[in-house]
Design a protein around this ligand. Structure first.
Ligand code: ZN
Length: 294
């Protein structure tokens, strides 16, 4: 199934995408939670009810008449992994990158989660803006100390993410948190494909285009620490919860590594596609007036 969070006529809820339609779960299965984290927390029972609603066929809206939101509006955590593709390490060797001994974990703030087709911001604070196409996995069960060989049991599904990065803010201090966490800088979606539909998350082609030009082309088989190893590692230290998002790392081909560097500017369009998962497409806009809140 393809699980979405969508807005229609001012109301935001969850549904399932079926072809060019969205099954509105809040009317097709009114007993189900209407928010994604609560839905995932309800586990197999909720998934079975959703499957039944899909099969029953009722309560559908045309996909082009709804606004798709980030499938999880405010993930409890967004954990991301740096330096996790062999080809990305290769292109960044001059900047001192090497194959890491341990996963290089950082956070994107949960407020960075952003819809799959809405433009993200060229920040007022910096114009050194870059894309990173990545496979995201979504946790479906509260868990800790999960061995890699059982990690599949706690994955609800997969999505496409853009780990948008403000390079100068990322690299001017030892930790990457600020440069990875600007508002709008984690486009996610367009849906969560449930794990049963992704038999092998480590054999998926991943491609990123900027304005139609292919920039990244790799496969998740090139991950240094794969999805299961990451879950084992992260859950050694802390509890993972339904709706947590793990953004697994980007392959070679980011803008900063090009010669000369090709940074994003207003009007650019970034499209990221992962086989069997989906694709997201986001333009770049100037950070609008009015983002100050105080
Ligand atoms: Zn990244």
């Amino acid at each position: 199934m393809k699980l979405v969070t969508f807005t229609h006529q001012g109301s935001t809820r969850i549904g399932l995408v079926d072809g060019e339609e969205v099954v509105n779960l809040s009317s097709a299965a009114p007993d189900l939670p209407t928010e994604m984290c609560a839905f995932l927390t309800a586990g197999e029972t909720a998934l079975d009810a959703a499957r039944a609603a899909l099969a029953a066929g009722g309560s559908r809206l045309p996909l082009d008449q709804v606004h798709l939101e980030s499938p999880i509006l405010r993930p409890p955590k967004i954990l991301a992994i740096g330096v996790n593709y062999r080809d990305h390490v290769e292109e960044a060797k001059e900047a001192g990158m090497k194959i890491p001994d341990f996963p290089m974990v950082f956070n994107k703030q949960s407020t960075a989660a952003h819809p799959p087709y809405d433009p993200f911001h060229l920040p007022r604070a910096s114009h050194v803006l870059d894309y990173e196409g990545e496979l995201a996995l979504v946790i479906g069960r509260r868990c800790r100390h999960v061995p890699a060989d059982r990690a599949g049991e706690v994955i609800a599904g997969y999505a496409v993410a853009n780990d948008v990065t403000v390079r100068d803010w990322q690299l001017r201090v030892p930790t990457w948190t600020m440069g990875k966490s600007f508002d709008t800088h984690c486009p996610l979606g367009p849906w969560i494909v449930t794990a049963d539909e992704v038999p092998d998350p480590h054999s998926l082609d991943l491609k990123t285009w900027v304005n139609g030009e292919l920039r990244q082309s790799s496969n998740t088989k090139n991950l240094i620490f794969d999805c299961f190893a990451l879950i084992e590692h992260l859950s050694t230290a802390f509890t993972l919860e339904p709706g947590d998002v793990i953004v697994t790392g980007t392959p070679g081909g980011v803008g900063i590594a090009m010669k000369p560097p090709q940074l994003l500017k207003v009007g650019d369009v970034v499209r990221i596609a992962i086989d069997g998962v989906g694709e997201i497409e986001n333009g770049v806009v100037e950070e609008p007036a009015g983002t100050a809140v105080l």
